[in-house]
Write a protein that binds this ligand. Structure first.
Ligand SMILES: Nc1nc2c(c(=O)[nH]1)N[C@H]1C(S)=C(S)[C@@H](COP(=O)(O)OP(=O)(O)OC[C@H]3O[C@@H](n4cnc5c(=O)[nH]c(N)nc54)[C@H](O)[C@@H]3O)O[C@H]1N2
Ligand SMILES: Nc1nc2c(c(=O)[nH]1)N[C@H]1C(S)=C(S)[C@@H](COP(=O)(O)OP(=O)(O)OC[C@H]3O[C@@H](n4cnc5c(=O)[nH]c(N)nc54)[C@H](O)[C@@H]3O)O[C@H]1N2
Ligand code: SF4
Ligand SMILES: [Mo]
Length: 759
């Protein structure tokens, strides 16, 4: 059928109707205003001092900061700090929680706090414990902390576990896994299980490597960037600088996102003053697929590449395996199936294919819109297939680039904090420990929650993060954590988890120094595989009783394991930890000399500029990708009377402009015109279909619970899809997970939306 006349049984993009409160560009003057407000405030001097400190930014994985000062990016360019980093630092510069605070506030009161209120209590400044049957957290001595913690870890190895979040250092991450593995456990759950695990799982199979193959230097050489399922204007603002520069050089940017994110259309960056008022154009082409349908869209792009004669057969034959089946799948999947599944027209898909197929060097970047689906790994495969069909892997200026989360989440994986340990690291650790590692499969984050729910976990150490707030089905998370005898939270700031994720016997909170306060040097790894060195620093909390993560972990390990198999207390000196890392972690050899040279470095074996990959054959492996089944449940499935007028939508749950994961800094989302947290952004057509109007209050009912009094906000999202914010929304849905990676389908949460007074 002719593409122009082909009917599409779907509403046709673009969906760009926005509400009256949405600004015309992302970024822009309000960013400068925010900088000015904070840097000129009473905390200003300390804020500046921290921004200039030689350490990596706390916030995202873009890797700004380090030895050449806080404003420098990985290619040495200056002026690269964004306001997200100011947000993160200023949260850490808050005063200490007062010593008498917990005597005055019962835990039941603290459980009523919102995420923002919890964060604003200040910094944790002394160790506390909540004992079974007690109503208040109380201060506890360090001696008692270590006695209780060490006893709690003397359990069967399968019944102890850790969870971690990616803000701590490589050294802390390395010690955490060494301690847990030395105890005979592999239960190293990590926030990456909820995040990029489908990327690491998929890329490992395709290229034999887990991470981005594109360095920042290489990104700058691209002439086309495909950015799928990533709201980088919010979450990786300095990637936007690169996109602006690429556009100025004539490169094309294809954005794939069911929501037309204003900052991906036009972005005003303080680094380019001329862009500030009007915004620089970002997207050359903006495709708005149905949430969860990216596989179909990429198969469509592949089909069109084949039809336009734009695939590189010589490259495929020389450097890949399995390509014939992938080509055959794209050929034999008909256009109607493709367009009906993804909701994007053949014309638009062909336009995308033409841009990709005629570009010299294409970088494919993605984030949570790709991974947080029941078919997240297939999504990753389909992107990698598209890169390979066009010869865009293993050359300069091209390749696959998962845009990672926390500032050191990738470092945690590299250090072995994972339930899928690389064989080389396992061998090296076994040599170091002088014994084989346990063969019992460890719990990733969802398995940990399920195991705890089934009463199979006694002790849990959380190195940062908010396990309660980050998981689906908040009530299940609470119940599961409540089955664990002892939970030890190691944290800088209070969050919902510390008050709602309580253990059966003892919940302990350990207050720690952050990245720019440690008395020793540490390192972190960016999403572009660059290792940063953080200098020693000082805390503003003069009278607080804080400990460094390194000191806490080494002392705990010493109490549990003595000097077996290493002298744990000696490892309080992070130089020794770096020596162990150099010996055991492939690609990290240069860290052994970093204390003498201060030389930050790119990890060996990660950046591919030749089509020789890390698989045994040196070739990339290609896998066919089944089309997803995306039917939504009928309204009756939500247990609401059939007569209730409502609409079933797929909610993409994620981040507002001013939050970092489960931590909310500001309640509104200025750029989407959402004035507070309890909003649902949806397409006007969907609302009207259900008899709803803008700003009306509705109930949003999922399969685990509901949120009431939610305000309807119209926005540029495709019909059938909607946007809500986590962690609040996590109360409404049960976990459906990607089976190969364990990652929950946070980006396709079916829910019924109906007027609050309708049922
Ligand atoms: N300021 C700030 N920075 C952060 C974070 C933060 O919370 N705040 N968090 C950090 C972490 S841990 C992470 S993982 C990253 C997250 O960074 P992102 O992945 O950019 O964050 P999300 O808010 O989850 O947004 C995902 C985007 O995917 C789109 N999307 C949803 N479903 C689909 C789909 O099916 N297909 C496609 N193509 N797109 C879809 C959504 O519309 C949204 O624009 O950011 C990191 N950086
Ligand atoms: N519905 C929904 N749920 C999601 C997601 C989604 O998109 N939608 N995204 C998922 C993703 S991608 C992720 S990564 C997870 C995030 O899950 P987590 O990483 O578990 O959560 P965070 O909110 O980042 O954790 C913040 C806390 O870390 C602690 N912290 C901060 N800095 C430090 C430090 O230097 N050291 C220590 N020890 N502690 C520190 C503070 O106590 C702070 O409150 O959430 C997941 N959950
Ligand atoms: S882009 Fe990310 S790493 Fe760079 S300054 Fe902003 S938050 Fe920090
Ligand atoms: Mo993440």
């Amino acid at each position: 059928m002719d593409a122009e006349t082909q009917p599409l049984n779907q509403p046709v993009p673009p969906f760009h109707e926005v509400n009256e409160a949405t600004p015309a560009i992302g970024g822009g003057p309000s960013v400068i205003q925010y900088w000015a407000q904070h840097t000129l405030s009473p905390e200003g001097p300390k804020l500046w001092q921290t921004l200039l400190h030689n350490s990596a930014c706390l916030s995202c994985s873009w890797g700004t900061g380090g030895q050449k000062g806080g404003f420098t990016n990985e290619t040495g360019e200056k002026l690269q700090r964004c306001m997200k980093s100011v947000e993160a630092i200023s949260a850490e510069l808050k005063p200490a929680i007062a010593p008498q605070f917990f005597e005055q506030h019962r835990i039941s009161e603290l459980q009523q706090l919102t995420s923002m209120e919890a964060d604003r209590l200040g910094r944790w400044s002394f160790p506390v414990i909540l004992r079974a049957g007690q109503t208040h957290y109380e201060r506890i001595s360090w001696e008692e902390v270590f006695t209780i913690a060490a006893a709690a870890f003397r359990k069967a190895p399968e019944r102890v576990a850790s969870y971690s979040s990616g803000r701590s250092s490589n050294e802390a991450a390395y010690l955490l896994q060494l301690m847990i593995r030395a105890m005979g456990s592999n239960n190293l759950a990590d926030c990456s299980d909820l995040c990029h695990a489908p990327s690491t799982t998929g890329l490992k199979q395709v290229f034999g490597t887990n991470t981005s193959m594109v360095s920042l230097e290489n990104l700058k050489k691209a002439d086309c960037v495909v950015l799928a399922g990533a709201n980088s204007a919010y979450n990786h603002p300095r990637l936007m600088n690169e996109l602006i520069k690429l556009r100025e050089r004539g490169a094309r940017i294809i954005v794939i996102n069911p929501m037309m994110e204003i900052g991906l259309v036009k972005f005003g960056s303080p680094a380019f003053p001329t862009s500030l008022l009007q915004g620089a154009e970002i997207s050359s082409l903006y495709l708005q697929p149905i949430p969860g349908s990216d596989v179909a869209l990429f198969i469509g792009i592949q089909k069109s590449l084949i039809e336009q004669g734009l695939i590189k057969e010589d490259y495929l034959k020389a450097h890949t395996e399995g390509w014939e089946a992938v080509v055959e799948q794209a050929r034999s999947t008909d256009w109607l199936t493709i367009t009906e599944t993804c909701g994007v027209s053949q014309l638009e898909i062909e336009a995308a294919a033409k841009i990709i197929g005629t570009a010299e060097r294409v970088v494919f970047g993605w984030a949570m819109g790709i991974t947080q689906h029941e078919n997240g790994v297939d999504n990753v495969f389909s992107i990698a297939n598209t890169a390979l069909l066009t010869g865009n892997a293993g050359k300069e200026g091209a390749g696959t680039m998962p845009v990672r989360g926390h500032s050191n989440v990738q470092g945690f994986g590299s250090m072995g904090v994972t339930v899928k340990l690389k064989q080389e690291i396992q061998d090296a650790l076994e040599k170091l420990l002088g014994r084989p590692l346990s063969k019992v499969q460890g719990y990733h984050t969802r398995d940990l929650i399920e195991a705890a729910d089934a009463g199979k976990v006694d002790t849990l150490l959380c190195l940062g993060g908010n396990l309660y707030g980050a998981n689906p089905d908040s009530n299940q998370a609470k119940r599961a954590l409540g089955n664990i005898e002892t939970i030890i939270y190691v944290a800088t700031k209070p969050n919902l988890g510390h008050f709602n994720g309580l253990a059966k016997q003892n919940t302990i909170v350990i207050p720690v120094l952050n990245r720019f306060e440690n008395p020793h040097k540490t390192t972190v790894e960016s999403g572009n595989n660059f290792v940063r060195l953080n200098d020693e620093g000082k805390t503003h909390l003069q009278t607080a009783d804080l400990i460094s993560e390194i000191e806490f972990l080494t002392e705990l390990a010493h109490r549990i394991l003595g000097n077996d198999p290493v002298d744990w207390r000696k490892l309080q000196d992070t130089r020794y930890v770096r020596q162990l890392i150099a010996q055991t972690i492939p690609g990290y050899e240069k860290i052994g000399a970093i204390d003498d040279t201060n030389a930050e470095f790119t990890i060996g074996g990660r950046i591919f500029t030749e089509p020789k990959f890390a698989n045994p054959s040196g070739k990339a492996m290609m896998f066919t990708t089944p089309l997803p089944n995306l039917t939504l449940p009928e309204p009756e499935a939500f247990g609401v009377p059939a007569s209730t007028p409502g609409v079933v939508v797929a909610i993409m749950t994620g981040r507002s402009y001013a939050q970092h994961n489960t931590v909310v800094y500001k309640i509104g989302d200025h750029y989407r015109g959402m004035p507070h947290r309890n909003c649902i952004l949806m397409n006007r057509l969907d609302a009207e279909r259900a008899g709803l109007a803008a700003h009306q209050r509705v109930t949003v009912q999922g399969d685990a619970g509901k949120l009431e009094n939610v305000e309807v906000i119209y926005g540029a999202v495709r019909p059938g899809a909607a946007v809500m914010f986590y962690p609040e929304v996590n109360v409404i849905f049960k976990a459906r997970t990607e089976r190969r990676s364990g990652t929950p389908a946070y980006k396709r949460v079916p829910a019924l939306v109906y007027a609050s007074n309708a049922s």
